[in-house]
Design a protein around this ligand. Structure first.
Ligand code: CDP
Length: 235
């Protein structure tokens, strides 16, 4: 049933399962806004590094997490009232060191374990919910941030397939990493993301599970779009 708030489609899953590509594809196709929550954690991590904040201070001091979340909010394109199509400019993404590297991902995973950091990013993530709706990608979108989501997807793929995809993505950007090292790093990050106490990545009973090992972006997006159509009718 569609409620009074703009509908949310959550796409959670492990690293490099295709969440970002599928979310962007669906957002372009449907006109829904897009929240890349992993990018928020990556940028938050880069902010911690560039401001020289120690992890022990970050873990215990609520005012630091809150202040850093406000720094991120200030970097969003568009005024705070203009919630539709909120996004970060390329300057923000590449500014303090490229947010898309594996190192930035691994550091994001480290700070994402901290309950205060997660709490500080909650309102910012929820502020992306605007008409006509939102596609939200991450680890805890369906479990914590948008538990009332209209449709919850759990997108996965085999570790070797995910490592190959990420390898290609990085190579296209001129970043050369060994495939074996990449697979080890992804599996390690998945382990930490799934076993942490604060908002772990987990499969939810009410999720639509899609294994994209043998499916491309268009095929996965079609499955989700079809389900959205069943739930929403016209939008
Ligand atoms: O692109 P990839 O799937 O490798 O990572 P990402 O989605 O950019 O997220 C980077 C890291 O941020 C993850 O490994 C998680 O530790 C953390 N994260 C999180 O804890 N919760 C989210 N909703 C999104 C990301």
């Amino acid at each position: 049933m569609v409620g009074i708030y703009p509908p949310v489609i959550t796409i959670d899953g492990p690293s490099a399962s295709g969440k970002g590509a599928v979310s962007e594809f669906l957002s372009n196709k449907t006109g829904f806004n897009y929240l890349d929550s992993g990018l928020l954690y990556r940028l938050f991590g880069l902010e911690v590094l560039s401001q020289g904040i120690s992890l022990s201070v970050l873990a215990d001091d609520w005012s630091e997490s809150k202040r850093l979340a406000e720094c991120l909010e200030a970097k969003l394109v568009g005024s705070p009232k203009e919630t539709k199509n909120r996004s970060f400019s390329q300057v923000s993404i590449n500014g303090n060191g490229d947010a898309r590297t594996e190192q930035a991902g691994a550091f994001a995973s480290k700070i994402a374990k901290m309950p205060l950091v997660r709490r500080a990013l909650l309102d910012l993530q929820r502020s992306f919910r605007a008409r006509p709706g939102l596609i939200a990608d991450g680890r805890d979108m369906g479990s914590v941030v948008f538990p009332d989501a209209l449709l919850k997807v759990f997108l996965t793929a085999s570790p070797s397939c995910r490592a190959e995809r990420r390898h290609k993505q990085l190579k296209d950007k001129g970043i050369d990493v060994s495939l074996v090292a990449l697979e080890t790093s992804l599996v390690d990050r998945d382990y930490h993301d799934s076993s942490r106490r604060a908002s772990p990545l987990k499969f939810l009973e009410d999720s639509m599970v899609i294994d994209s090992t043998d499916l491309d972006i268009v095929q996965v997006s079609y499955m989700i779009e079809k389900k959205m159509g069943d739930l929403l009718g016209e939008w």
